[in-house]
Design a protein around this ligand. Structure first.
Ligand code: 0GY
Length: 315
């Protein structure tokens, strides 16, 4: 797949390089599977990183992502705009146009975005916007600006992806539940998995999903959430064991509203870089039947990202 040296820290980014030689998964993905959370970075000399970024990534190109997709056995990708590109979606749109219909995108926009820009992004394959509330990643954006954006993108049939830490859910609850679109939560709202799965924190997240049928969740990123870590990430049964009950609970209760993604190229991981092939082998531990796997990997992402509702914004 080219470029970074496996497991080294890059000089520029301060986080570890992604694997150039990931394992072939033992778990065979069902036909039509979608990697519904991954990123494209740069290349920086063509698509410069945002001046307001909180980290500088190593380049991770569309061609490298598509090589990983094919190696792991996915059919398609959902590419999510990462904070290091700010609201400049050119690298994302370029990747979507190169994907030949096999990728959709989630962009970051400001209220100054024009309808013509939204339409061009829609034509390229963008189907959502991302609102990021993780304080180490972004500066604050006023909620009235975000709500205005949500109201506008609704006209294109897009949805809102939200990224936040579990501890902030109570404060953000009213805003999230007022959003007028489908709402997709990144990484189960980043629970503290050292707390009980039926404790107050994760129960609040489950209540949030139960009370609001427009809320979906990505059950991705065990490598970010795990406290016990990848100890047995050799394809053995018990890697990231502490995350399993959390992801299983969401997959089993909300099977029609869950998505899964690699999170390649895993920005900001400083201690441990997952092998994407072995991450795929995590899936059957959280989706234990063929039916749940098919919903998670095929039915749900295709319903959300490849069902055409409107090609043009109404009126
Ligand atoms: C992720 C997680 C992270 C980064 C970003 O946009 C981003 O910069 O999402 C993170 O550092 O937790 O989903 O890739």
């Amino acid at each position: 797949m080219g470029k970074p040296t496996t497991g080294d820290f890059t000089k520029t980014s301060g986080w570890m390089d992604w694997y150039t030689d990931p394992a072939k998964p033992r778990f065979q993905l069902p036909a039509g599977s979608v990697d519904a959370h991954c990123h494209i970075f740069g290349p920086g000399e063509i698509f410069p990183y945002a001046s307001e970024r909180k980290y500088t990534p190593c380049d991770a190109t569309a061609a490298q992502l598509f090589a990983l997709r094919d190696h792991l056995g996915f059919e398609k990708n959902v590419i999510v705009q990462a904070t290091c590109h700010g609201a400049d979606n050119r690298a994302l749109v370029d990747a979507l146009l190169r994907a030949g219909g096999k990728a959709r995108g989630v962009a970051t926009v400001r209220r100054s975005v024009s309808d013509a820009e939204l339409q061009a992004m829609h034509d390229a394959g963008v189907r959502g916007v991302r609102f990021n509330f993780v304080k180490r990643l972004v500066d604050f954006t006023p909620k009235d600006e975000l709500m205005e954006i949500a109201e506008r993108i609704k006209a294109w049939g897009w949805h809102v992806v939200i990224y936040f830490e579990a501890i902030d859910l109570p404060e953000l609850w009213d805003f999230f539940t007022a959003l007028p679109t489908t709402v997709v939560v990144d990484h189960m709202g980043r629970p503290d998995v050292s707390l009980p799965v039926d404790g107050a924190q994760f129960s609040l997240f489950r209540k949030f999903m139960r009370a609001h049928p427009n809320v979906w969740s990505k059950v991705s990123c065990p490598e970010r959430l795990s406290v016990t870590g990848p100890k047995a990430l050799n394809g053995e049964q018990n890697a990231y064991t502490d995350v399993i009950p959390f992801a299983r609970a969401i997959v089993e209760e909300f099977s029609d509203r869950v998505l899964w993604g690699t999170d390649w190229p895993h920005p900001n991981l400083k201690d441990h870089m997952p092998d994407d092939g072995l991450l795929v082998d995590f899936i059957p531990h959280i989706a234990r039947s063929a039916e749940l796997q098919h919903k998670l990997l095929v039915d749900n992402p295709n319903r959300l990202y490849w069902r055409e509702r409107s090609e043009q914004a109404p009126g």
